[in-house]
Design a binder for this molecule. Sequence first.
Ligand code: L3W
Length: 442
Amino acid sequence: MGRKLLLDKAHIEGIRYYDVYRKNGGYAAAEKALKSMTTDQVLDEVKKSGLRGRGGAGFPTGLKWSFIAKPEGVPRYLVCNADESEPGTFKDRYLMEFLPHLLIEGLLISSYTLGANSTYIYIRGEYAWIPDILEEAIAEAKKNGWLGKNIQGTGFDLEIYVQRGGGAYICGEETALIESLEGKRGNPRLKPPFPAVKGLWQSPTVVNNVETLAAVVPIINIGGEEYAKIGVGKSTGTKLISACGNINKPGVYEIDMTISVEEFIYSEEYCGGIPNGKRLKACIPGGSSVPILPANLLLTTAKGEKRMMNYESLNDGGFATGTMMGSGGFIVLDEDQCVVRHTLSLARFYHHESCGQCSPCREGTGWMKRVLLNIENGKGKMSDIDLLWDIQRKIEGNTICPLGDAAAWPVAAAIRHFRDEFEWHITHPEEALKRNFGLAHY
Ligand code: L3W
């Protein structure tokens, strides 16, 4: 049984409410940080913990916080990225729905450390019922002296605001999120300047994912060094994984990053294996943007070692033989799944969600979708496979934000590892159509 730091109290009835959360040790970390630690000491603990951003990029949190500019008389902001829209990813929803005070406590400690007095939770529009849960928890925290003016007599002031997004995936990209928060269309900005220098309303801003900010609570409770002992190498602490697809037990799991991918899929503690005795075909372990891996490469690295559920092992060998931890959206495909259809479904998503600012992404995502649709519907040509490869190559690295890369990587990996399946679709159009239960309408 792996160590639990975020979900250890999730089973307690009523933990969503302040009284129960407080009775079970809630706000102890905030009390410790605000009353007995300087902001530098908190930052030091976060650095020592080795915590990396849990939204997808895995950037060291302490380092990001240390980048925040501190010009005199200019406010600093913390923004919590709750725009969880990556297909296959639903871990932040779980945290916000069941442990809203854990997030608020994390926001309080983080805001204190960064010197932010106004903090925003930007939440995905489709999570329509969660802002009410957050607002209720914020009101409870305020009533009990954890938000507002002079928090617990420490002289620190903080207000937390919840802002609903309009349902655009692109607003999960930090600069698009900031644009949207400012009331504009969510188009990503060019970086640099990074938000840490010029973010919300041109002020220094840190944007962190929900899980990252929640993890600050156990880090302060147990200490950065203790946190860093959990896991392996630069994959410290615990990680939430939202598991879905062809598994017996879909759900949100907290893992310490020392377990193998095989154990995660087959053990009863986690996914519980694949239904109906089917074979594992492939998996996307980190949300739709990261490369798909076939079963052999998923379970074993190119070096012949067991593939582990951590940042380094999942990426072992780069994209030729590896993938990414990403946001932890773990999507399992059994032997009956069609990789072409699956890739088309993702291409459709990225085309729909492209903001249209950069032509390689705006035009390329639609082009890939159309070519894939032809292949899927039995009208493909052999040259389409190389065409797809070419299009994705021209998108990757040529856009302002990572949506372009995110659209390119799934197509590249599908061709890299499942070229024969694309060829089979093209050479056996009628059989492929039957297997796909008719035309795919997109
Ligand atoms: C100051 C510097 N700050 C980097 C900061 C930067 C950002 C963070 C990481 O994309 C990925 C993407 C998706 N001075 C800095 C600096 N920073 N250098 O560090 O930056 P970056 O550019 O590596 O990543 P990103 O733009 O944050 C995120 C992948 O995550 N992904 C996305 C999932 C999306 C969701 C969702 O549902 N919304 O989870 C999954 O894999 O493809 O590659 O804060 O400012 N010198």
